[in-house]
Design a protein around this ligand. Structure first.
Ligand SMILES: Cc1cc2nc3c(=O)[nH]c(=O)nc-3n(C[C@H](O)[C@H](O)[C@H](O)COP(=O)(O)OP(=O)(O)OC[C@H]3O[C@@H](n4cnc5c(N)ncnc54)[C@H](O)[C@@H]3O)c2cc1C
Length: 306
């Protein structure tokens, strides 16, 4: 990895770039786990046009990875090669539209989508109160909670591909399934159009408060965690399988299976990406041994080992 060389090469070839580039940027501070290595180069686009320019003018040989608020990421200790893209202020707009709709930039935190919908008297989006990511992550993960998921409230999404072409994708073209989006891997979402139903702001806010209170009781939301580590296998709850396999409280270094919710892994101090990944793999192996069920990671593991 030579971030400084890649950064200079990019600067020299992208005269019209308005966003920021940073070599060897630590990603620890940008993920909930607070673990893992740096981005070879971190790029914060100014807006969608700047992002499209970057993607169009750079060689497809340079790997590109987009991250949101890092609440579903395990970054390995050797960091992420190539360019990591993190959307910021230029993707932060929320517009209320006719017919109980919200047009939202993908850097907007899910919690703000819920609040803006409540303020505008739009019900049906309160579940976002409980998901600590941003809209880009929700679109890619089909984020959901409390009986609803992103695909139920989405009208369409805008995305830019690796060549810099902008696409508007209606819901059907996103091929959603449980915690899965079928849009091409290289698509970077820039905007979402959500719909809800007319509702009473006070009632929606009360529903959001209930969601927040419930979360505090059942999830270690103040810890350094990546949320649910594994998807629920068909017909099972991942946490029950993990509990039955005797993994509650299991540790590797400073990485531990949460005592409170055993599908959550916690960084209790200085856990490395390798500690967290080894712990997850150990849980998988023990669950397979005790129940025969193969767990699938929900958390996205990115980058290379140290
Ligand atoms: C305490 C806690 C509780 C959680 N509870 C829930 C829950 O109830 N329900 C739930 O679904 N999830 C939950 N999660 C997981 C996580 O919050 C969701 O998966 C969330 O949608 C991830 O969003 P993010 O912005 O953090 O994305 P990141 O974690 O940064 O990235 C996740 C994936 O999205 C991709 N991505 C991010 N932005 C874009 C973009 N603009 N375009 C294309 N791809 C993009 C990344 O490449 C990566 O593959 C929880 C996590 C924590 C820590």
């Amino acid at each position: 990895m030579n971030g400084a060389a890649l950064e200079s090469r990019l600067m020299a070839s992208l005269a019209e770039l308005r966003g920021r580039l940073k070599a060897e940027a630590p990603l620890k501070d940008l993920t909930w786990f607070r673990a893992g290595g740096p981005a070879e180069v971190l790029y914060s686009p100014a807006d969608e046009a700047d992002l499209a320019y970057f993607l169009r003018e750079t060689s497809s040989g340079i790997p590109v990875t987009v991250i949101g608020l890092g609440s579903n990421l395990l970054v390995r200790d050797g960091g992420i090669e190539g360019v990591v893209i993190r959307l910021g202020r230029g993707f932060g707009e929320i517009k209320i539209e006719e017919g109980s709709r919200l047009r939202v930039g993908t850097a907007v935190p899910d919690v703000k989508v819920a609040s803006a919908a409540a303020d505008a008297g739009i019900s049906g989006l309160s579940f976002y109160r409980g998901i600590p990511g941003c809209v880009g992550g929700a679109l890619r993960m089909n984020g959901g909670a409390h009986g609803r998921e992103t695909k139920e409230v989405l009208v369409e999404a805008r995305a830019v591909d690796r060549k810099g072409n902008v696409h508007v994708l209606p819901l059907a073209e996103l091929h959603y399934a449980y915690r899965h989006c079928g849009a091409p891997e290289d698509f970077i979402f820039t905007e979402a159009l959500f719909h809800g139903e007319p509702g009473e702001p006070a009632a929606i806010l009360a529903e959001m408060e209930d969601i927040a209170a419930y979360r505090e009781q059942v999830q270690p939301i103040k810890s350094r965690t990546g949320g649910s580590t594994f998807k629920n296998p068909p017909g099972h709850k991942a946490w029950q399988l993990i509990d039955a396999a005797g993994c509650r409280g299991l540790a590797v270094g400073d990485a531990r299976v949460s005592e409170m919710h055993c599908n959550f892994l916690i960084n209790e101090g200085n856990a490395t990406g390798a500690d967290l990944e080894e712990l997850g793999e150990t849980v998988c192996a023990r669950v397979k041994e005790s129940s025969g069920v193969e767990l699938e990671w929900e958390i996205k593991r990115l980058g290379v080992p140290a």
